[in-house]
Structure formats: C-alpha cells, structure tokens
Design a binder for this molecule. Structure first.
Ligand code: 5AD
Ligand code: SF4
Length: 482
C-alpha cells in the first residue's frame, strides 16, 4: 500500500471515529503516557520501560488525552501509596469514558507484583499488569491486548538487571540522572513489602554501569545517583543472585566488584561528574565505602542512612541487623572520616509494640545525629510481611500521628539549625533548574544535597557556581554567586 492510499485509509478511519490522531498513525507512531509513584527506582524503571517501547514505535507524551497507552508505575510501600494509585486509576477511567476511549491502561511496578491477576478483577479498566522484572515482555503483552485479551506477567527474575537497556531520560533536566546498580532486596526487614515485590537482590554488570555513566558525561550530564534498594550490598561476580555468591568459582570471587570498588570506578570517569548513591543500609555500609568517599572529592558528602527507630528493641523486631549502639558507631565513623558529611534518614513511628520509651529513644538518637533532613512515616502494616504475620499492629492511629508530628517538628528544628550554621559559608553549587518561585533565580544543590536558591546572573543550567549563603529556611538555603 503506497503512502497516499494509507493516508486516505486513515482519513476514512478517522471519519468513522476509529482513530483519533491521524498524525500519530501517519508517522507509524503510538503515544505512551507514563506516570511514576514511589521510590527513585520506580522513576528509573519507567525510563527503561520508555526505552523498550521506543523500539516498538512508541514516543512519550505528557498529554494523557492523546495517549494510546497509559502506564502507571506503582508503589506498595505503604497503604497510602496504594490509595494514591487507586485514585489515579479512577481518573484514568473517567478520561477513558470521556476524552480518550482508545487508551489502553497498564499497571507496572510493586503494586502489580503484589496484586497480580487480582488487579484485573479489582480494577476493570486495567488491561495490562506487569511486575518490575517483566518489562522486556511488554511488546508481547501489548500485542495480546491488541488481540483483545488482558495481559499479565509478574515473573520475578533472579538475574534481570536491564543492564543492556539505555534508559530514555524522562524527567530530565539534562544535568542529573539516576543509574540503577542493583535490583531487589534480601534484607527482609519485617515491615517491608519490597523483598516480595522486587524479588531477590542482584547486581548489574559494572561495565554496563560505567558505560552508562560515561555516556551521560558525554551528553553533558554533571551528576549521577547510583540507585538500589541497598546499594552497599552491591556485589558483581558475573551475574545472578547475591545469595548465590558462595557458589561462585574462585576466579569469580577473585575478580568480584564490591560497592566500594564500583564507587571508585564511577568517580574516576570524570572529576567533574558528581557521584551520589541511594539507599544505604547501616548493616551493609563498609569502612571501604567511607574511605572511598573521603578520597574522591566528586563523591558527594552526603549519605541517606535510614535508621527507622532509635530503640534497639524495635530495631530487633524490625530485623534491621544493627542496634542503636552500632548505628551510632557508624555515624561517628562517618563524621570522623568525612567531617563535613551530611546525613539524612527514614524513620517509622508506631511500629508494633512501640512504647513511649522506644519513641523517646528515637528522639534522642535524632538529637545525637542532628540529621540534615529526613523522611518520616507512620507504620503501615503490609500484607504478607513478617510483621503482619508475627506482630500486632497495636499502636493506635492517633498515637502514631502524635509521635510522627513530634519527630517531624524536631527534624524541622534541627534542619533549620543546621542550615543557619551554613550562613556566611560558600559552597560549590551545581545549577539544576529555574526556581519554582521566581524566573530570576536558579536552584541547585551543594555536595551535601542542600538546595540553594540564588540570582541567575549570566550562568546556565549545568554550570558549577560558588554561592555564599546569606539566608535560609529549614528546607532551603539562599545566597549570592561570588
Ligand atoms: N510502613 C511505613 N513505612 C515503611 N517504609 C517501608 N515499609 C514501611 C511500612 N510498612 C519506609 C521505611 C523505608 C522507606 C523507603 O519507607 O522507612 O526506609
Ligand atoms: Fe525494605 Fe529493608 Fe530492603 Fe529497605 S533494606 S527495601 S526497608 S527490606
């Protein structure tokens, strides 16, 4: 069929209301709209998904009304995260009924993995359900839907790392990018659903990580964040689950690459490339990692080190693998080797059986560490986790809330104090974008991950500038380029 006949055919179809967007079809181009919730890993996975579908003639759109395919990459970490996704699905439903009847709806990520086929029963609008390790199968699953069937793949892999897939940078400012280095988690914290939704821990081939980072540098990126549920546990010995490392050959063991090795390799790619990583688990963070951070100026002086609770009794119930004293020893070690290192945390309030005295231990630990900032949550019981099976979710919602407000208030106070101590100091800032509040200002971050707002002058996004701090709030520093 020549192009003219094809065009006429499409115009006829359009007249009959079969297709809505002729332009799209002439280019043989379908539109993907993708929304992501939850952790940075989900945002990074969506970039893998976009890459897989770009090879299938899809291009991405920010306008859901013109989308042929709508994906929501979901989070199961707390009940609230799941409710957010349910609300989005309701919205998609109304869009499908009114402005975009042709759209196919798919659910990706942790909620897809947790609910599996049940999703199709619970949300009639959903056509595709795909777990985090099955994205390579998306072209087949989409074909199934085009053939009039619903499609599900929630297979969890022992090896999949998507190492060879070059992500399409979706959220991009062209300056900072996420690079995933591990998938899954073996830690089995009793409150956490991630080991069930993302499967066994495995590491990505360091060569593919280095290549991706080097490519980003050549494209003008200035910062990479190495991503994993538990980055310090990274271990490359030729592929496969971390827990099978002891079955590896002597040669594999001798040539294995640890997180500290990887961090150094990435830092050496280019001195001007800032390197960050997230998330660290206190039980897996080694001295080697701290030493490598201290050695390389371009590895940022910032560690996200979730503590979850300041009470050793609660940490034991959480199966975190460290107690209060060990956590404090680690913090002291970091501060000794990298005096200027900023530290952030995650804390859960109201975990099963948490007493006022446990809660006070959390507050006192916060006072000791003086975190730069933190993410604080009420405990949310997750189906099928060890905590759900073994313990009672016995702290009332009111008590969880009171304790949460208390730790948030303390953190706000400490963040403000820390920021005040930065006034009159000068920091190197990487410019990331235009300030949301003023077109005349940029925002960027210091090595400590502090957000700084300052007048643009003649600089551009992606430049490094020295900014002298003259004002602050709990969340933001303000200053002047010098
Ligand atoms: N309830 C509340 N918070 C949770 N987190 C993980 N699971 C739960 C849960 N069941 C928090 C932890 C973790 C962060 C990513 O989410 O603090 O570090
Ligand atoms: Fe969940 Fe613990 Fe693994 Fe983090 S380390 S993903 S909290 S099981």
């Amino acid at each position: 069929m020549n192009i003219e006949t094809l065009l006429n055919k499409k115009i006829d179809e359009k007249k009959q209301g079969n297709i809505l967007d002729i332009k799209t079809l002439i280019r043989g181009n379908k539109k993907l709209y993708i929304e992501s919730y939850g952790c940075q890993m989900n945002f990074s996975d969506s970039e893998i998904v976009a890459s897989i579908l770009c090879k299938e003639n899809f291009s991405t759109t920010k306008n859901i009304n013109e989308a042929d395919l709508v994906f929501v990459n979901t989070c199961s970490i707390r009940d609230k995260a799941e409710q957010t996704v349910r609300k989005r699905l309701q919205l998609y439903n109304s869009i499908k009924k009114t402005t975009n009847p042709k759209m196919v709806v798919g659910v990706l990520g942790c909620m897809a993995e947790r609910l599996k086929e049940k999703f199709l029963e619970e949300e009639k609008l959903v056509d595709i359900v795909v777990g985090p390790d099955a994205y390579r199968d998306l072209p087949n699953l989409i074909k199934q839907v085009e053939d009039g069937r619903k499609a599900v793949n929630v297979f969890l892999s022992r090896e999949e790392t998507y190492a060879d897939i070059s992500p399409v940078r979706l959220s991009g400012n062209g300056v900072t990018a996420f690079v995933s280095i591990t998938r899954g988690c073996d830690n089995m914290c009793t409150f956490c659903v991630v080991p069930y939704t993302r499967g066994r821990e495995r590491s990505r081939d360091p060569k593919s990580i280095i290549n991706e980072c080097a490519k980003l540098v050549s494209e003008g990126y200035k910062e990479v964040t190495l991503l994993g549920q538990n980055v310090d546990s990274y271990l490359w010995y030729g592929g496969g689950p971390k827990k099978d490392y002891n079955k590896a050959s002597e040669n594999q063991k001798n040539t294995s690459v640890s997180f500290a090795n990887l961090l150094e390799k990435v830092a050496k790619i280019n001195k001007k490339l800032r390197v960050r990583f997230s998330t660290s688990n206190p039980q897996d963070m080694t001295d080697d990692v701290i030493n490598i951070m201290a050695k390389h100026k371009n590895i940022c002086n910032y560690i996200h080190l979730p503590v979850q609770s300041g009470s050793s009794r609660i940490l034991k119930l959480m199966n975190r693998g460290y107690d209060r004293e060990e956590y404090i020893i680690l913090i002291d070690k970091i501060k000794k080797k990298i005096p200027d290192c900023s530290i952030s945390m995650d804390i859960i309030t109201g975990f099963c059986s948490e007493t006022d005295s446990d809660h006070n231990e959390t507050l006192s630990l916060m006072k000791y560490v003086k975190y730069d900032y933190g993410y604080m949550f009420k405990y949310s019981e997750r189906p099928n986790t060890a905590a759900e099976k073994k313990y009672k979710d016995d702290i009332s919602e009111e008590k969880k809330q009171i304790r949460l407000v208390e730790i948030i208030n303390l953190q706000q106070k400490q963040s403000l104090e820390n920021n005040k101590n930065r006034i009159n100091k000068t920091y190197e800032v990487l410019i990331e974008g235009v300030s949301k509040k003023s077109d005349l200002h940029y925002y960027g971050r210091t090595t400590h991950n502090c957000v700084v707002v300052f007048e643009k002058n003649n600089y551009k996004i992606g430049d490094y500038v020295n900014v002298k701090i003259n004002d602050c709030s709990a969340g933001t520093l303000k200053g002047k380029i010098i």
